[in-house]
Design a binder for this molecule. Structure first.
Ligand SMILES: [Zn+2]
Length: 65
């Protein structure tokens, strides 16, 4: 994964299990840039957000009315 700001390859710092303390996300990964010093956190959702499923459900309801 490349740095957003300077495009240098980020250094992975580690993963943290936040399932117990966070309602929406299960794991946060932190990465840092050795060039510009940027710090990046990546949050993994507990349940993958599936926009297509949500949308199709709404469409079905609309058709029924
Ligand atoms: Zn950078």
């Amino acid at each position: 994964m490349k740095c957003w700001h300077c495009n240098t390859e980020l250094i992975w710092g580690g993963d943290h299990d936040i399932e117990d303390e966070n309602d929406e996300y299960a794991i946060v990964s932190n990465l840092s840039c050795p060039n510009c010093g940027s710090f990046v956190e990546v949050y993994l959702p507990k349940e993958p957000t599936n926009g297509k499923d949500l949308h199709s459900r709404q469409s079905t309801q609309d058709q029924g009315e």
